[in-house]
Design a protein around this ligand. Structure first.
Ligand SMILES: [Cu+2]
Length: 146
């Protein structure tokens, strides 16, 4: 009896461990006047298992996509990607010039210091989980950081 109760609690604890995701340093680039598309950046670590970031959403944007930037024929190009792999224990950096979250058709102007809610959907062990975070609007040129 005691044993089966322990076993059950172990089973219930598994999905929580599998979805152990750490998200740090989330920020959104301050848009230039009239700009309706901005990039979102963060560091994300799946601590207990391989996982994938499969989508993101935000109340400030009509559409939110996962994007990748790469060089093609000497030109930086950006394209939507279906997911971002999160290998177990590795911190994946979404940063300018690389992987990022694209906030498209902003519903209101964003300015430096604003807080933007982001919801990340993560797939791990065939289960999806939602992670609510807050990203700060920053102007990397103003702070001297590109
Ligand atoms: Cu993009």
């Amino acid at each position: 009896m005691k044993f089966s109760a322990l076993f059950l609690s172990f089973l219930i604890a598994m999905p929580a461990l599998a979805a152990d995701i750490k998200i740090e340093n989330a920020w959104v680039r301050a848009p230039a006047p009239g700009q309706a598309v901005v990039g979102g950046f963060l560091d994300i670590t799946s601590r207990q298992s391989d996982a994938s970031l499969i989508s993101a959403s935000s109340p400030v944007a009509e559409v939110t996509e996962l994007h990748e930037m790469s060089m093609k024929d000497g030109v930086m190009i950006m394209r939507p990607i279906p997911y971002i792999r999160l290998p177990k224990g590795q911190t994946v950096k979404l940063a300018p010039g690389g992987l990022h979250i694209m906030l498209i058709d902003l519903k209101k102007p964003l300015k430096t210091g604003d807080k933007v809610a982001l919801t990340l959907k993560i797939l791990s062990d065939k289960k999806t989980s939602l992670h609510e975070i807050t990203a700060e609007v920053r102007d990397p040129l103003a702070s001297g950081k590109r």
